[in-house]
Design a binder for this molecule. Structure first.
Ligand SMILES: Nc1ncnc2c1ncn2[C@@H]1O[C@H](COP(=O)(O)OP(=O)(O)OP(=O)(O)O)[C@@H](O)[C@H]1O
Ligand SMILES: [Mg+2]
Length: 392
């Protein structure tokens, strides 16, 4: 007899449930966050200035996510309207040492971080005597430590409060009820979270959690549970020669403290220069220097860090990408377009982008038997092309 297959528990994802997720730009003051925000969103909404705390209120922008599949679909269908996937980005005020106890913009800043789902952490590794550094000199390791410490301190305070409240309600429930058992489990998880941040010195996203624990953690909305992409802002010269004395140290710091987190070098100065060129000049310049803008890579990484994927709807009127969370089932994916599609869901006719690309037309995909009818249990795959059928 073949051995029994182990049933793998399907864990919920860490983070706020839903498809409408946002990424926030975080860092110490005056490191280029707003400049980066403006370049990424192709706007001038972010307030740029050569002094700390230029940004106070947060700004929001929707950044199109580059995708060669989307471009190919638009070429193929030649639709009247084209809507790519977007990543919602927020420019946040600079964070200073002591923010968790109210220094700088303190708690207001931290509440902005709480409201986002992921973090682009900008660190400064460019030397420029003209640009003030709040800590006096350029040292990205110290800056990363400041951010990490402040976010952890705030989480510790938050978790301790949650624990107190849980213990209070647990006492009032008595000893025997089922609700009491659930409370005790919740308390045990919250205690484990506290140990993770305060004793093991780990960000919550680096802890090893089971499905039940993740549900409790998601209820807490912790700052260190959010995925982080480290963006190192270099001088133009260093970016072009792909060398900077801090880069190996930053890499080593990430490997030691938050192994697996993404590190992307870029240069505000280089991107700013490119942004002033025409598309042809831009091409030419990047070819000449043998380097390409880091912005597409950064947008793609941010989107992926939030566990977002997309499916497409295609036709002569519109080619459109719809953003969903990994693991989303067909009815909920249809519901992103219209809630009626979810409520009255019948099925989806679904093909993979790769199959359409390979066979060239929907008819050919169908003839090859690769256009499939999928029901309610179907889990959407990145790059699916869907036609939804809903009841009247
Ligand atoms: N790679 C770079 N090389 C040189 N100067 C840079 C670079 N990146 C940013 N700057 C300059 O640094 C200054 C601060 O930039 P910006 O206002 O974008 O920072 P910020 O992090 O948003 O600051 P705040 O925390 O005050 O909101 C600006 O003068 C900007 O031109
Ligand atoms: Mg700013």
């Amino acid at each position: 007899m073949p051995p029994k297959k182990a049933v793998q528990e399907k864990k919920p994802l860490l983070g706020r449930p839903g498809n409408n997720l946002k990424i926030g730009i975080v860092g110490v003051p005056n490191v280029g966050k707003s400049s980066f925000f403006n370049l990424l969103s192709n706007t001038d909404n972010g307030i740029i200035a050569n002094y700390p705390y230029a940004t106070i209120d947060s700004e929001e922008a929707r950044v199109p996510v580059p995708d060669s599949r989307f471009d190919w679909l638009c070429e193929t269908y030649k639709p009247a309207s084209r809507v790519p996937a977007f990543l919602t980005c927020i420019d946040i005020a600079g964070l200073t040492a002591g923010a968790s106890t109210g220094a700088g913009l303190g708690n207001a800043f931290l509440s902005h971080v709480r409201a986002v789902d992921g973090i682009f952490q900008v660190t400064r590794a460019f030397d420029d005597a003209e640009v003030t550094h709040v800590e006096g000199d350029v040292n990205p390791i110290r800056d990363m430590e400041i951010i990490q410490t402040e976010l952890r301190l705030k989480d510790i305070e938050w978790v301790q409060k949650a624990l107190e409240n849980l213990k209070k309600t647990s006492r009032s429930l008595g000893n025997t009820s089922l609700a009491d058992k659930a409370k005790k489990e919740e308390i045990a998880t919250v205690e484990k979270v506290l140990k993770c941040i305060s004793e093991d010195n780990k960000d919550v996203r680096k802890g090893d959690w089971n499905g039940k624990e993740i549900e409790v953690i998601n209820g807490l909305q912790l700052l260190t549970a959010k995925p982080v992409t480290y963006l190192v802002n270099l001088s133009e010269k260093d970016f072009i020669r792909k060398k900077n004395k801090w880069l190996p140290k930053i890499k080593a710091w990430i490997d030691e403290h938050n192994p697996g987190d993404n590190l992307i070098p870029f240069s505000v100065a280089f991107e700013e220069r490119l942004s002033r060129m025409s598309p042809e000049e831009k091409e030419e310049e990047q070819k000449k220097l043998g380097v390409t803008s880091a912005l597409p890579k950064i947008t793609t990484a941010g989107y992926a860090s939030l566990d977002l994927i997309r499916y497409f709807t295609c036709g002569p009127d519109e080619v459109r990408a719809w953003t969903i969370r990994k693991g989303t089932k067909a009815p909920q994916a249809a519901g992103v377009i219209h809630s009626d599609f979810e409520k009255k869901f019948v099925c989806g006719e679904i093909m993979a982008y790769e199959d359409l690309h390979e066979h060239g037309s929907e008819a050919a995909v169908k003839a090859a038997g690769k256009l499939r009818q999928q029901g309610k249990p179907y889990e959407m795959q990145d790059g699916d092309i869907a036609y939804w059928k809903a009841g009247a």
